[in-house]
Write a protein that binds this ligand. Sequence first.
Ligand code: TYD
Length: 204
Amino acid sequence: MKGKLITLEGIDGSGKSTIWRLLQNEAIFCDCIFTREPTTSWLGDAVNRALHSNTDHITELMLFLADHADHIARLIRPSLESGLNVISDRYSASRCAYQGSTLEGLFDDPLEWVRSLHKGWTINPDLIILFDIDPAVAVKRCSTRKEQSKFEKIEFLKTVRNNYLRLAAEDRGKFVIIDTDKPLDEVKDEVFRIIAQALEVRKY
Ligand code: TYD
């Protein structure tokens, strides 16, 4: 691929979506494609319907995967092939971390099973920035939002965080972990610097 793929990951309330929005206003990143999962397509709508109902966990995973496949075919692959850099708010690691938790008890190692479902067709990111935070702090941040996800519960997010940390430990070359329990400006500077360096754009 000619372009680079950078993904932002972390539990609900970790601050990644805020930083993703701020990145879009920064001139040095104006040539990047900004995207997210779940996407804004009809498949992303289906995912959101599942997220706001009692949909079975396997069904929910399959919807997330369908949205991911469409995302790759429609936007990620063509952009990277044409040399554009892509920055995505959530990507495959969200599935491994979240569905790795929702499917706990159904499989010996649900995270590994979810990861294996991506093999052979997904496009792996060049860099994954993990926004790491204590779930208690994250849930407090989420409580001021209008629309809340059914996943925003401390006990559940603790398992999701552990899954993220396991993914990072197993793939040290790809992951950068950032502690986001600090002022937004500090997180922003750190993330901007890491992305600028990865994309070899003028130093931030
Ligand atoms: P998102 O809209 O990114 O929430 P937020 O902006 O608050 O971070 O994602 C919605 C929810 O979907 C979020 O709780 C994480 C979850 N999710 C999964 O469980 N699996 C996935 O593969 C993805 C992409 C998201």
